[in-house]
Every structure is written in C-alpha cells, then in structure tokens.
Write a new protein. Structure first.
Lengths: 180, 157
C-alpha cells in the first residue's frame, strides 16, 4: 500500500516538473490566435500610396501575407530588410502576394518610414483607428498572418519575421495545401 | 438638539453623490463601460480596456462604442472580442471548456484530501484494539536486572 502511494506521489511530482519544463521555452507574450483556421475578415481600406483601395478579398486564389506594421514600431525597423528581400524573392510567384496594414499611423510618417528603410513595393492599407487590426486580433506590431487561397487564416506570426521565414514556415503550408 | 441634527442630516443628504457619475451619461455609455470593464487591455498588465490609457485600449473602446450604437447586444460584442483574442481577453476567466478543469480541480482535490484524511483517521483509531503491537512492557528478568544494576554502577564511577 505505502509502496504504491510512493510511486503515485513520485509520478505526480514528475508530471508537474515535466509540465514546468515544457513551459520554460514558451514566450508568455506569444498567445495563440483563435483566428487560425478561421476565415479571414475582409477589409477594404485606402492605399498608402494612393490609387485603388486595398481589398483583401480581391486577392482570393493566392496566398496572402498580411503584415501589420506602423512607422512608430521599433521591431518593424528590424523586420523591414527581410520584407524587402522577401518581396523581391516572391515577385514572380503567381501564388503568393504580400500586403501591409499600416495601423495607428499617419500617411506622412508611413511614407517617410518607407523612404528611409526601403520600399518593398507591395500595397499598404491605411488603418489609422486600428479597426482592421482589432478585427484581426492584433496586439502590437509587427504581426503577420498567412491567408490561404480560400481566404482562411492559416498561420499567425507574432513579432518580426525572421530571415528564411518563407522557406521555413510558409512554403511547407503552401505545398501541403496543394497535395489533397 | 433636534434642529441641529435635522440640519446635519439634511446637509449630509444634499452632499450624497447619488447618481453623480451617471446623471449626464448617455445610457448607452453605461453599457460601453460595463463591456469594457470586463475586457482585458491586451497590451497592459491586468488593466481593463476601460481603465487603460493605451492606444489599443482606446481604439477598442471606440469599437465597443460603435457596436453599442449599432444596437448590438452585450453578448454579441463580448463574443466579437473573444473570437479574435481568445480567452485571454476576459479579465475574469470563463468557466467553460478546458477551464472547467481549473475551476473544479481544487474542489476535487479538497474532496480527495478530505476523504484520504478521514480514511487515515479511521485507521489510526481502529489500530489499538485490532493489533496488539508490541507487548506491554514487562518487568525485566533477574539476569537483565543484574546487568542494569552493574552498568548503572559503572556510570556512577
């Protein structure tokens, strides 16, 4: 009897320690988004560089990387070179496009940011009252969502996209989606 | 004696801030406040959307206000944020789904502990009559008494 109890107690302690160990690597700010695998909320918003408004649903049929940013955001500066590089890399891909959502920002500041750090060339939607950002469950910037050709959010990335993100995270999803 | 007391009471009653906060308030604003007080400001530490001064909280408040004006119910608006930000958005955790485990866990633990304690106490009480245990101390035999006496004498020396 007491032997069995000792084993149960040891098992319970080990299980709790195991859970702690699993949690050690977690980033407490990285809260999983309930929007993954849900239909992306459509938006139409004025484009930063003028011209026709940016509309998400007009891009149905392609994978869309939606990048939320702002000229006030420090991490966006760190992320920016990769966005420029990625935009260049995927320019000729027929199945992948990028758009930016510039939120809580003024067009002047945003244009200034792109002039200073390089313009990746894809369209940006203006969201001064962060209505789109709240509609997309955004906490801060930068945050990126990958939307599949059916308009479903397949992935959320909180924080700056890292060099090699496209090959490591996006491509596996995109190629997995083709198989069925 | 009576007049001053009445005056004092009247003064106190006049000074009561009854309805001061809501007197000039739009009735829809009360609902906005009620919803915003239960929602976590996603970028602050343990502050509600209503209390926080962060930009995100202010914009969330604006979204809530717009939705209340559109005539959406409290439940619909709460759901809108829950669908986008998950359980984290509620300051008071929900009791549904896996969270039920967290809510019920302590009570289950308490019951289990109480049951175990009861079982153990029963065992302790039942023990003396059931098992004689060690034999009651009996007087040592002559040889042992002799040995004790000798050793005690050694100690005295």
């Amino acid at each position: 009897m007491s032997g069995a109890w000792k084993i149960i107690l040891l098992g319970a302690v080990m299980a709790i320690l195991g859970l702690f160990a699993l949690g050690l690597d977690n980033d407490p700010r990285n809260i999983p988004s309930p929007l993954v695998n849900r239909p992306a909320s459509d938006f139409t918003a004025p484009a930063l560089h003028g011209g026709p408004p940016v509309q998400l649903s007009a891009l149905r049929g392609k994978w869309v990387l939606v990048n939320f940013w702002g000229s006030w955001c420090v991490s966006c500066v760190a992320e920016h070179p990769y966005l420029v590089e990625l935009a260049k890399k995927v320019k000729n891909r027929p199945d992948f496009v990028m758009i930016g959502v510039d939120f809580r920002d003024t067009p002047e500041a945003a244009r200034d940011f792109l002039a200073r750090h390089g313009n990746p060339g894809y369209p940006h939607a203006m969201d001064p009252e962060q209505k789109i950002a709240i509609d997309w469950g955004v906490y801060g910037a930068p945050e990126s969502y990958l939307v599949d050709p059916n308009g479903t959010i397949r992935m959320k990335h909180t924080g700056p996209l890292f060099p090699g993100w496209f090959e490591a995270r996006a491509l596996p999803l995109m190629e997995g989606g083709k198989k069925p | 004696m009576k007049l001053p007391a009445t005056c004092l009471l009247a003064a106190l009653l006049l000074a009561l801030p009854v309805g001061a906060a809501t007197r000039d308030e739009d009735p829809s604003e009360a609902m906005v406040r009620q919803i915003a007080k239960d929602l976590r400001c996603a970028v602050c530490q343990n502050q509600s959307v209503y209390e926080s001064n962060s930009d995100l909280a202010k914009d969330m408040l604006r979204v809530i206000r717009d939705k209340v004006r559109e005539g959406q119910s409290e439940g619909v608006i709460r759901d809108y944020f829950h669908q986008r930000y998950g359980d984290y958005i509620y300051l008071e955790p929900t009791t549904g789904g896996m969270n039920r485990l967290l809510w019920l866990g302590p009570f289950v633990g308490l019951l289990a502990g109480g049951w175990a304690l009861l079982a153990a106490m029963r065992k302790w009480r039942a023990k003396p009559p059931q098992t004689p245990g060690e034999a009651p101390p009996s007087a040592p035999d002559a040889a042992m008494q002799e040995r004790i006496r000798r050793e005690l004498e050694q100690v005295r020396m």
